[in-house]
Design a protein around this ligand. Structure first.
Ligand code: ZN
Length: 213
């Protein structure tokens, strides 16, 4: 029998929590709590669009006012650049506030330990399409906050080995699906036919990693 992703009706557990962080959702926890990717919300999307529009306007103004090799900064350009900067700060604020909310909420459930994957974000950055998403999600910041909040609350913070196959491992029979693609959101085990949400299974595997160490 596979573990299925049911509705979260359970009381907060006092056990360990494994957390799978990703692009689709910011964090999927082994206690079935899911935190969405804030960059996909309407509010953030609108701000990003506004920023892009302003940036385009600025670069157009620059080329319009170019004198020979020299770029002139008109008062209008200065004004628009200030607006861009303001939106950038706002976006950073929204993202970091959301991370604080999320990490505080996870810690408030008082698990004995928390397991996160070793972030080889650099490796992920090699994929151009992922790079922007990874950057926007601020994984490093999530990791940093989680770590110090654990320390403050006497929760053991565990980092799973970079080579621990948290996504590829079948949580039922231990089979390792070596050719698991990033597009496979549902994990189907060819050995025991366990069918399970990929990210949720990864979080369960990470939780078990924490139990074992
Ligand atoms: Zn299996």
């Amino acid at each position: 029998m596979g573990i299925e992703l049911e509705e979260n009706t359970e009381q907060p557990t006092n056990q360990g929590i494994g957390i799978d962080i990703g692009i689709k959702e910011l964090a999927v926890c082994s206690d079935k709590n899911i935190y969405k990717n804030i960059n996909k919300t309407a509010k953030v999307r609108k701000l990003k669009k506004k920023k892009r529009r302003l940036q385009r306007r600025v670069s157009k103004k620059y080329s319009k006012n170019k004198k020979g090799e020299c770029y002139c900064k008109t008062r209008n350009i200065v004004k628009s650049e200030k607006k861009v900067l303001k939106i950038t700060h706002r976006l950073t604020n929204i993202r970091h506030n959301y991370l604080h909310q999320t990490t505080s909420e996870i810690v408030s459930r008082k698990p004995k330990f928390i397991v996160l994957e070793d972030l080889n974000v650099k490796g992920m950055m090699k994929n151009r399409h992922l790079a922007k998403d990874v950057w926007e999600q601020c994984f490093y910041e999530f990791y940093r906050q989680m770590k110090y909040k654990c320390r403050w609350n006497n929760i053991e913070f565990v980092t799973a080995d970079r080579y621990y196959p948290s996504s590829k491992l079948c949580s039922c029979c231990g089979y390792i699906k070596k050719d698991l693609k990033l597009s496979e959101r549902i994990y189907i085990c060819p050995q025991c036919h366990n069918t399970i949400d990929r990210d949720y299974q990864a979080s369960v595997n990470l939780m078990r990693y924490g139990l074992a160490v």
